[in-house]
Design a binder for this molecule. Structure first.
Ligand SMILES: Cc1cc2nc3c(=O)[nH]c(=O)nc-3n(C[C@H](O)[C@H](O)[C@H](O)COP(=O)(O)O)c2cc1C
Ligand SMILES: O=C(O)C(=O)c1ccccc1
Length: 358
């Protein structure tokens, strides 16, 4: 079953409102569409007679060694699409040797997510995504929860000073989680009662010094997610980031930004090898992974495909998505004459007419 077929199956099992929540983007969904289309505008220029029967696709990332350069990007509300929710995603990612990024919008507490991952692998790499709270003590409490649970890195999302206008959700009146579901990591934080939920912070008052404070307050590596401008990539490194994630939030924030992959070359150049650069948005095939690596990414995140796998088939579906991308990527690497990820270099990517149909 291809990733595309999994999305169709997910659409059948999900009601239209959850389906639209996952599938949709901001505004006119220009960026949502462009993230995928942009990959069709690049082509790979293989090298020949330079390959190997055995290939090494493993990658070392902050707090994680992965079997392949593909990780699970943070996506909210997994229990909304499958009864096993984040636990199933965690077991699947751990079994496939992929980083799972869980986070503030998970419908399962981070402690339980890490415990589920440990059912599948002894030391599974789980990262924790958060939004900085204008009140430092709330951020510190969240960070402590992630550390205590055994997360090996933090991901601070910086592209959401305000919540995106998700057109389909507004049309569907989907503004709150249905009863019985909650962002469990936001329960019992400072300034709220032991059982009360603090709203997920998205605040334009959060600025660079808040990032620096978060970096100082933890021993974990901190990756900064949602960088598009090369000067912000430099600032992230200067403020102590252990990695930069080029992302436009899957087209769910500003609907006038470039496709994520089109921002990658300039960010890679600005970061100049000081920390790893990651990318998410529109990755649907192994060849997309190869293009991103050739343009400077150390690894890529996948968002929606993982949620479609979870909705359609639970843990098995997530495993299928990750295994498919890994196999396709390994195959592409072989076709390009590569033995390891670093063999994919910028000269092996060219612009193509853009006629690719998908
Ligand atoms: C349903 C959904 C929920 C998301 N929730 C979050 C979130 O809570 N935090 C975050 O940083 N990014 C979130 N994202 C963005 C993803 O991490 C990622 O940037 C994006 O999905 C990548 O694009 P792709 O879906 O084309 O792979 C979400 C994306 C989707 C589709
Ligand atoms: O839907 C999203 O894109 C997202 O990032 C999010 C964040 C917090 C709560 C719900 C969704």
């Amino acid at each position: 079953m291809t990733l595309r077929e999994l999305r169709h199956r997910a659409r059948k099992v999900l009601g239209p409102i959850p389906y639209d929540y996952v599938a949709g983007g901001a505004g006119e969904e220009r960026v949502l569409a462009d993230n995928e289309k942009a990959f069709d505008r690049y082509a790979l220029l293989p090298r020949v007679l330079s390959g190997s029967e055995t290939r090494d696709t493993a990658v070392d990332l902050p707090g994680a060694r992965q079997a392949a350069p593909v990780l699970v990007a943070p996506t909210a509300f997994h229990r909304l699409v499958h009864r096993d929710g984040e636990r199933a995603t965690a077991r699947a990612a751990a079994a496939e040797g992929a980083v799972l990024v869980t986070g503030t919008a998970a419908t399962t507490a981070v402690l339980d997510v890490v415990a589920a991952a440990r059912e599948a692998a002894p030391r599974p790499p789980v990262w924790f995504q958060l939004y900085l709270h204008p009140r430092g003590e709330v951020t510190r409490a969240l960070v402590w929860r992630a550390e205590d649970a055994g997360c090996t890195a933090l991901v601070v999302t910086v592209d959401s000073p305000v919540f995106g206008r998700h057109t389909r959700d507004l049309r569907n009146g989907f503004t709150d989680l249905p009863p019985g579901f909650a962002a469990e990591n936001m329960r019992g934080l400072p300034g709220a009662g032991p059982d009360a939920l603090t709203p997920i912070p998205m605040s334009p008052a959060v600025r660079w010094p808040d990032l620096a404070e978060a970096v100082r307050g933890t021993s974990l590596p901190v990756l900064v997610k949602g960088v598009l401008h090369p000067d912000d990539a430099k600032l992230a490194v200067e403020h102590g980031a252990a990695g930069v994630i080029v992302s436009n939030h899957g087209g769910r924030q500003c609907d006038a930004v470039p496709a994520a992959v089109d921002c990658l070359p300039a960010v890679t150049e600005a970061v100049a090898g000081r920390v790893p650069v990651l990318l998410d948005g529109g990755v649907r095939r192994g060849s997309d992974v190869a293009v991103a690596l050739a343009l400077g990414a150390s690894a890529v995140g996948v968002g929606r495909p993982v949620v479609w796998g979870l909705a359609a088939e639970g843990e098995t579906g997530v495993r299928r998505v990750l295994a498919t991308l890994r196999d396709e990527y390994d195959h592409t690497l072989a076709l390009c004459g590569g033995r390891r990820n670093a063999d994919l270099t910028a000269d092996m990517v060219v612009r193509n007419g853009g006629a690719g149909a998908r």
